[in-house]
Design a protein around this ligand. Structure first.
Ligand code: FMN
Ligand code: SF4
Ligand code: SF4
Length: 357
C-alpha cells in the first residue's frame, strides 16, 4: 500500500490532508471529529483577542462545490482557546495548528500563550500583505514551534510577501486563503447572495491555488500547504505535483461531511497503487519542470483510434477553424492547412480516441 505520510516543518503527518481554518475547526469538539475522520492535521478557526460577531446568514452555496462566505474569525475569544479548547486536545491523534490573526501586535500578545496551550505549530494570517512579515518576525522572537504564514492570491505582490516572510524566519507557507471580494446574484430575488461582496472558496478556486503554489515552489524550497478548491483525490495529487508538501481543505468536507477525509484517502491510496507509486511524496513538484513560456514550435501530430471513437463529434464541434471532419464511415479527417495546432479537439475527446502524440 502506498505511503501517504509527509513531513511538514519537522512535524510528521500520517497523510497529506490538513483541515484548513474554518467553521469545522470552530472548537475542540470539531477538531477532535476532524482527526477521527482522518485529517492528519487541523488548523483552528482564526484566533484573535476578542470573538467576532458574524452577520446572519454568512455562508451560501454557489453550486458546483463552491461557497461564498462573509464569516469573520473565531466566535470564541482567545482566552477560551488558551484555557479550554487547546489544552483539552492533549493526547490527540494528529498535528494541531493554531491560526492566529491579524496584526503584529496580536501575534506579540497571543503567540506565546497559544504555543504553551498545546499548539504544535502556528499559522499566521492577515488581510494585509504588509503585515505578514512583521507578524512572522514577532512570532519567531517568542516561540520555538514552527510558524506558517498563510497567503492570499488577492495580494498583488504575493511573491514579494512570501519572500519577506521566509526572510523573517517563516518555516512554511499556506497558500491560499479564500478569494475575493466576489459577487453572485440570486436572479429570482434580485438580491446578492449574502447581501454583500463575499469570499469565494471550493472548486472554483482550484486553478488559482495550484498556480500560486507552483509559483512559490518554483522560487523557494520551503514547505507549502497547498489549499484551495481540493475536492477529489486527483486534486490532492495535482497539489502535490504543483509542489505542495501537504494539502489543506475546508469547503469539500464542509459541504460533504467529515467522511470526505476517509473516502478521499482511500481513493488516493488506490490511485497511487494503480500507478505504481510507492510514496505520494515522490510526486512532489513533478509538474514544475514542465512549466514554460509558450514558444512557437512544430505543428501537433495526432493519434486517432477508430476502435475507441464513439462518433460523439465533440472534437469536430470544438474546432474553431472547422479543420476536423468525421465521415459517416468513422474516418477522422484533418485539414492541416487550417489547423492551428491549438490542441482543443484532443482535449475534449471523452474516450482518449483522439490524442496529441
Ligand atoms: C466559511 C469559511 C470560513 C473560513 N474562515 C477562515 C478563517 O477563520 N481563517 C482562515 O485563515 N481561513 C479561513 N477560511 C479559508 C480556508 O481556510 C481556506 O483557505 C479556503 O477556504 C480555501 O480552501 P477550500 O477551497 O478547500 O475551502 C474560511 C473558509 C470558509 C469557507
Ligand atoms: S488542434 Fe485546434 S485547430 Fe487543429 S483541429 Fe484540433 S481544434 Fe482544430
Ligand atoms: S471526440 Fe473522441 S470519441 Fe468523440 S468523435 Fe472525436 S475522436 Fe471520436
Amino acid at each position: 500500500m502506498a505511503d501517504l505520510s509527509t513531513n511538514l516543518c519537522g512535524l510528521k503527518l500520517q497523510n497529506p490532508l490538513v483541515l484548513a481554518s474554518g467553521p469545522l475547526s470552530w472548537n475542540a469538539v470539531g477538531i477532535r471529529a476532524a482527526f477521527a475522520a482522518g485529517a492528519a492535521a487541523v488548523v483552528t478557526k482564526t484566533i484573535r483577542p476578542q470573538a467576532t460577531v458574524n452577520p446572519k446568514p454568512h455562508i451560501a452555496s454557489m453550486g458546483r462545490g463552491s461557497l461564498l462566505n462573509t464569516e469573520g474569525w473565531s466566535d470564541l475569544p482567545a482566552a477560551r482557546w488558551i484555557e479550554q479548547e487547546l489544552p483539552s486536545l492533549a493526547g490527540r491523534s494528529g498535528v494541531l495548528i493554531a491560526s492566529l490573526g491579524h496584526t503584529p501586535a496580536e501575534v506579540k500578545q497571543l503567540a506565546g500563550p497559544l504555543a504553551e496551550a498545546g499548539a504544535d505549530a502556528l499559522e499566521l494570517v492577515s488581510y494585509r500583505a504588509e503585515d505578514a512579515a512583521p507578524m512572522v518576525a514577532a512570532a519567531k522572537q517568542i516561540i520555538s514551534v514552527p510558524v506558517l504564514i498563510k497567503v492570499s492570491a488577492n495580494w498583488p505582490n504575493l511573491l514579494e510577501a512570501v519572500e519577506a516572510c521566509l526572510r523573517a524566519g517563516a518555516d512554511g507557507v499556506t497558500a491560499i486563503d479564500s478569494i475575493g471580494p466576489t459577487l453572485r446574484v440570486d436572479v429570482e430575488t434580485g438580491r446578492p447572495l449574502l447581501d454583500a461582496f463575499a469570499w469565494l472558496s471550493g472548486a472554483a478556486i482550484l486553478p488559482i491555488a495550484l498556480r500560486t503554489v507552483a509559483e512559490i515552489c518554483l522560487r523557494h524550497d520551503a514547505p507549502v500547504v497547498g489549499t484551495g478548491g481540493v475536492g477529489r483525490a486527483g486534486d490532492v495529487v495535482e497539489m502535490v505535483m504543483s509542489g505542495a508538501t501537504a494539502v489543506g481543505v475546508h469547503t469539500a468536507p464542509l459541504l460533504r461531511g467529515l467522511d470526505w477525509f476517509g473516502k478521499t484517502l482511500a481513493r488516493l491510496e488506490r490511485w497511487l497503487d494503480e500507478h505504481n507509486h510507492a510514496r505520494l511524496s515522490d510526486l512532489r513538484g513533478a509538474a514544475l519542470p514542465h512549466l514554460r513560456e509558450p514558444v512557437p514550435c512544430a505543428s501537433l501530430t495526432f493519434a486517432f483510434d477508430a476502435e475507441t471513437c464513439t462518433h460523439c463529434g465533440r472534437c469536430v464541434t470544438a474546432c474553431a477553424y472547422a479543420a476536423r471532419r468525421l465521415t459517416p464511415e468513422g474516418e477522422m479527417l484533418l485539414d492541416e492547412t487550417v489547423c492551428r495546432s491549438c490542441g482543443l479537439c484532443a482535449s475534449v475527446c471523452p474516450t482518449g480516441a483522439l490524442r496529441v502524440k
